[in-house]
Design a protein around this ligand. Structure first.
Ligand SMILES: Nc1ncnc2c1ncn2[C@@H]1O[C@H](COP(=O)(O)OP(=O)(O)OP(=O)(O)O)[C@@H](O)[C@H]1O
Length: 275
């Protein structure tokens, strides 16, 4: 029993509840009645072969796709009726597989964009330049500085984001997602395009960020070493269906998953497992 009372101890209520999510693109069933929970503070790995439905699920969670059936609850609140632009304010941050930075803005400006959803002052306060506005701007600048420091972006803080190496741009996007002070962070293939050393650093960074910001993380990733090393729990999809769920050690032995994914994945090698 994962939630409720177990062994005399009260288990935490899930932060994220995904119930019977089905999403279609024409005749393609991208997600087929997918259900799982993510507990507060957990790193949940979401794995599966290409086309399994992982990104579609992320897009349902961040409300980029609203036309799915089923229910998603975040901190007990149903997301169904909420528009996409409310997600960051609610506490859901995300990064994108193919990066979605403002290429001509500097690193600092890109990260600052992430803080805007936390603005408590309205347009009138800004027009009158009330003291509360200045206080808020100082707090946001401090948050941006903290993230620049934490993600080692100091040397490039004033460079246009689009001119930076791919691995650095990924750190900028992560910083922007964190700038909105999320409780739930959706990471879409953060290791994609990184070399071995950068993947090792990423693993350390994700653990550090979880501790520092009390984050819950949903991690889509093809790098099996990273997923197995980081995840408390793993959900595996294939052809839109959930085919396995459990602890990393359980999931990696699941026959259906091995057949569907790991057996044909060259990525699941000893080098990655050693991470
Ligand atoms: N916008 C779209 N229009 C039509 N079909 C789509 C669209 N987005 C996804 N699909 C289809 O839905 C299915 C799931 O795709 P999705 O991108 O969610 O898989 P994925 O697990 O994220 O794959 P990958 O690991 O390659 O990123 C695939 O069959 C894909 O072709």
């Amino acid at each position: 029993m994962k939630y409720g009372v177990s062994g005399g101890r009260r288990q935490p209520k899930p932060l994220l509840e995904v119930r019977d999510i089905t999403a279609r693109f024409g005749g393609v069933v991208a997600l087929d009645q997918v259900s799982f929970d993510v507990a507060p503070g957990e790193i949940c790995g979401l794995i599966g072969p290409n086309g399994a439905g992982k990104t579609t699920l992320f897009n349902c969670l961040s409300r980029l796709y609203a036309s799915h059936s089923g229910e998603i609850r975040f901190a007990g609140q149903a997301l169904g009726a909420l528009p996409q632009h409310r997600m960051a304010g609610l506490g859901i941050g995300r990064t994108f597989q193919n990066l979605a930075l403002f290429r001509t803005l500097t690193v600092r400006q890109n990260i600052a964009v992430g803080t805007t959803c936390r603005r408590g002052t309205g347009w009138l306060a800004h027009a009158l330049r009330l003291p509360a506005v200045a206080r808020e701007e100082l707090a946001q600048a401090a948050r941006v500085d903290e993230l620049i420091d934490l993600l080692h972006l100091g040397d490039v803080a004033d460079a246009p984001a689009g001119e930076l190496p791919f691995g650095t741009q990924k750190r900028v996007e992560l910083a922007r997602a964190l700038a909105s002070s999320p409780r739930l962070l959706l990471l879409d293939e953060p290791a994609c395009g990184l070399n071995h050393q950068e993947v090792d650093e990423l693993a350390f960074l994700i653990r550090t960020l979880r501790r520092r910001f009390a984050l819950t993380v949903l991690l889509v990733e093809h790098h099996m070493g990273l997923v197995m090393a980081l995840s408390d729990n793993i959900v595996a999809l294939n052809f839109g269906r959930k085919v396995a769920e459990g602890l990393p050690a359980e999931v990696r032995r699941d026959p259906e998953l091995v057949k569907a994914y790991l057996g044909e994945s060259a990525a699941f090698n000893q080098r990655e497992l050693a991470l």
